[in-house]
Design a protein around this ligand. Structure first.
Ligand SMILES: *Cc1c(COP(=O)(O)O)cnc(C)c1O
Length: 428
């Protein structure tokens, strides 16, 4: 490839590409970006987000379907704005996320509220703004929501999150649809829970939902979950409770390290064929994708601080850490790490680690890199569950964020200063 050819994206990251010897995100030079804004720095490609969304939109062409972006994957206001302007609804899990989507211009009627531990105050706020639906996760929550709604003279639209008990074949920490998970209502309790919901005057049953896990790379768990869900819909409707919408959750995986998840449109072609075959193809459908809309749209730029050769391991110490990129420490997750301007010569195996005082603070293990102190590295697939999980551990201010749109780079979150990190504290 030479610099005049259209650059080809890196595997799984079509919007991240080398142009000559320079890594670009869309039309933005990532060395320049790091120089201008400092590191660690997150940058997201708007085109990558919209192209991921477009795959779902193609998949649902001609159907009644609402895509609700699961915003916990990346909750920056400008990211939410991109999806709101593209017609998305949102899946939220807290009043904080509710405030964010409203600030980003979301239509409250397209917002659904998930999560096992909604407080009364959160329910109240969501009812006040006219939320589209509560995805209720237990019978106890039904009773509390009923009381809150009646107290406000309202009826809360509800869907019950059922646990279809299928194995999504992913990391146990991100697997949610098996027996023994804290999420959802057990398959065998579902009909009773629906009858209970239908009997409560403060609730209006509108749907059913499930979410079986995250970073799912196979089609079968989705097909199995759909079968289990449709069996339940049949039972519930036979008991005289109409189910207006069916929500299949999120969970579709992305390519981190040669993973080959189905494409969203191909997955939905198969799922819709099943829905049609079972006579549910004309229902109102909903999905809650998070990672698959933003994960491969983002990179985290980080500077090499020190190279520390060792007897057993060589360490490449960078200025991003587990507080910026928590996934390796939390789930032993893999992120590709590439130089922003590659050097010629032989590569050395390094563990790429951050400055945080924890042995769990690593970004990548045994990576072949040809680097020197001061180089900038790009941690790939960093658009989902990175910045949204970032913390101030070790009193590190959180990174800045950039939204790239063609050749333009918009600062969408300022770097947090150290003073920001303790602004709410006081001496006694
Ligand atoms: C996290 C979550 C999602 C999104 O999961 P992804 O794997 O990011 O697609 C969807 N629905 C619910 C209820 C969730 O908790």
């Amino acid at each position: 490839m030479n610099a005049t050819n259209t650059p080809q994206g890196l595997p799984g990251q079509p919007h991240v590409a080398y142009q000559g010897e320079q890594l670009m995100l869309e039309g933005v030079n990532l060395s320049d970006l790091a120089r201008e804004h400092g590191t660690p720095l997150f940058a997201y490609s708007k085109a990558a987000m919209l192209s991921a969304l477009a795959a779902y939109q193609r998949g649902f062409a001609g159907r009644q379907a609402q895509i609700c972006y699961a915003m916990k994957a990346n909750s920056n206001l400008a990211v939410l704005q991109v999806f709101a302007e593209a017609g998305c609804g949102f899946d939220i899990v807290s009043a904080g996320e509710l405030a964010r989507v409203l600030a980003a211009g979301a239509d409250p009627a397209k917002v659904i509220f998930s999560g096992v531990g909604k407080t009364r105050a959160e329910m109240k706020q969501a009812l006040q703004i006219g939320i589209g639906c509560f995805n209720v996760e237990s019978e106890a929550e039904l009773d509390v929501l009923n009381t809150v709604a009646l107290g406000m003279g309202k009826q809360a639209p509800v869907s019950l999150r059922v646990n279809p008990n299928v194995d999504p074949k992913t990391h146990p920490y991100i697997s949610t649809g098996l027996k023994g998970n804290k999420f959802g209502i057990a398959h065998e309790d579902t009909l009773r829970a629906y009858q209970h919901a239908a009997s409560l005057p403060g609730l209006k049953v509108v749907g059913i939902d499930c979410h079986i896990g995250s970073q799912i790379t196979e089609t079968t768990p989705y097909l199995d979950a759909m079968d289990r869900m449709l069996d339940l819909v049949a039972d519930i409707e036979a008991a005289g409770i109409p189910i207006h919408h069916i929500d299949f959750g999120g969970g579709l995986g992305i390519n981190y390290n040669g993973d080959t998840p189905p494409k969203a449109d191909a997955l939905w072609a198969q799922l819709l064929a099943k829905l049609d075959a079972r006579g549910y193809g004309q229902r109102q459908l909903m999905i809650e994708p998070g990672r698959s809309l933003v994960g491969n749209a983002g990179v985290c730029l980080t500077e090499v601080l020190y190279l520390k050769p060792g007897e057993q391991k060589n360490f490449c110490i960078v200025d991003a850490a587990m507080n910026d990129l928590p996934r390796p420490a939390m789930y032993q997750a893999f992120h590709q790490i590439v130089p922003v301007t590659p050097r010629a010569g032989e590569a050395t195996l390094y563990d790429v680690v951050g400055p945080v005082c924890e042995s769990g603070d690593w970004i990548g293990r045994d990576r072949a890199l040809q680097v020197q102190t001061g180089d900038t590295l790009a941690v790939l697939s960093a658009g989902a569950y990175c910045m949204s999980m970032a913390s101030n551990y070790n009193t590190r201010g959180r990174a800045a964020e950039i939204l790239v749109d063609k050749a333009q780079a918009h600062l969408i979150r300022q770097r947090e200063s150290v003073f920001d990190t303790f602004a709410l504290e006081q001496l006694v």
